[in-house]
Design a protein around this ligand. Structure first.
Ligand code: PLP
Length: 372
């Protein structure tokens, strides 16, 4: 049997996984439709692109591509350490924060443990939990009529944490909802969390959320050795293709992740790009400010179409288009606009739309108006 079905040889927890479904790539839709000028508003990338300095640094790094990268990411850690005001020994650099989520699960979960995350939390959380055989505890989100519709219910999440819970995942702001946690309840959550549970605060949209008053978790680290903060260069820094993310944690957690990670997990072009991107804060500020202005225009445009959207502190909007959401997604695709279906999250009547450049958002709104 095994000879015909070698996939069945995988361990049980892995056989049961459903793959992550990414946003449709532009090139794929171009091939299917045979047309150019595709607009991708599906993966929350920075439509302004990467900093010119980051691109230049990556081109320069090509000359040394025959050498192994610095496995310790020394220069990038030093720069992050200075920017964040934490020791370099608190940092772990990952092949995107996705890799850090995997490493955290691998290091801290086993079949005798559980992990807690919120309904409508990031799709990668249940995936990395399931791969370890740990029990996944999904806590219902706040209702659509609450003060933070579809947001994390931190009180219920705290109540769901048990003696065997080793990880709690909190995305702030959350993807795919865009919702966020107010600082005080988040701090209370941390204070209530048992020392035997690591709280993973995923701040992938930190640079956008900061403008809306979401908390910077870093100052909480000295008091909370069980706090792990994740950030990424994939969103506001415009380096999604380079795959660089980082964890800020107690040095002992960093040490565990460091032992487990592949020796050369972050390639040399990515390290050079991230380092230069970090130095060009002006590029990030400009891109974030523009995206937030555009998000407001997008939200207003959706309202004019009579559509409800969840409150967002990020560079995307979750919009309720009704039961025909899959058809709306298809019709947008046929007109060269890629958005993100979120039926996989149980949000069958919604679509997630990343904030694009002004002309892209206008095209989206005009196409949506004709489609509905
Ligand atoms: C995009 C995203 C990430 C990060 O992705 P990487 O590209 O792997 O760094 C992490 N968490 C959330 C909630 C995200 O939306």
């Amino acid at each position: 049997m095994a000879a015909q079905h070698p996939g069945r040889l995988a361990v049980q927890a892995v056989r049961g996984l459903s793959p992550y479904v990414p946003g449709k790539p532009i090139a794929e839709l171009e091939r299917e439709l045979g047309l150019a000028g595709i607009v991708k508003l599906a993966s929350n990338e920075n439509p302004h692109g990467a900093s010119a300095q980051a691109l230049q640094a990556m081109r320069a790094a090509l000359d040394e591509i025959w050498l192994y990268p610095d496995g310790s990411c020394h220069a990038l850690k030093q720069a992050l350490s200075a920017q964040l005001g934490v020791g370099a020994d608190c940092l772990t650099i990952g092949n995107g924060s996705n890799e850090l989520l995997m490493l955290l699960a691998e290091a801290f979960l086993g079949s005798d443990c559980s992990a807690v995350y919120a309904q409508y939390g990031f799709a990668i959380y249940p995936l990395v939990i399931a791969a370890t055989g740990a029990r996944a505890i999904e806590v219902p989100a706040l209702g659509r009529d609450s003060a933070m519709p579809l947001g994390h219910d931190l009180t219920a999440m705290a109540a769901a944490v048990g003696g065997h819970t080793r990880l709690v995942f909190i995305a702030n702001p959350d993807n795919p909802t865009g919702t966020w946690a107010a600082p005080a309840p988040l701090k209370r959550f941390l204070e209530r969390a048992p020392a035997s549970t690591l709280v993973v605060l995923d701040e992938a949209y930190f640079e956008y959320g900061r403008e809306c008053g979401t908390e910077d978790g870093v100052p909480w680290l000295p008091e909370h050795p069980n706090l792990v903060i994740l950030r990424t260069f994939s969103k506001a820094y415009g380096l999604a293709g380079a795959r660089v993310g980082y964890a800020i944690s107690h040095p002992e957690v960093a040490d565990v992740l460091n032992r487990l990670r592949p020796a050369f997990n972050v390639n040399s072009l990515a390290q050079a790009g991230a380092l230069a991107a970090l130095a060009d804060q002006e590029h990030v500020r400009r891109a974030v400010a523009q995206s937030l202005r555009e998000r407001e225009r997008l939200e207003a445009g959706l309202r004019r179409l009579g559509l409800w959207s969840a409150p967002s502190a990020a560079n995307f909007v979750l919009v309720q288009v009704g039961e025909q959401a899959p058809q709306v997604f298809q019709r947008l695709l046929q007109q060269g606009i890629i958005v993100r279906p979120v039926g996989g999250y149980g949000l069958h009547d919604c679509l997630r739309i990343s904030v694009g450049l002004p002309a892209q958002n206008e095209r989206l709104l005009a196409t949506l108006a004709r489609t509905l």
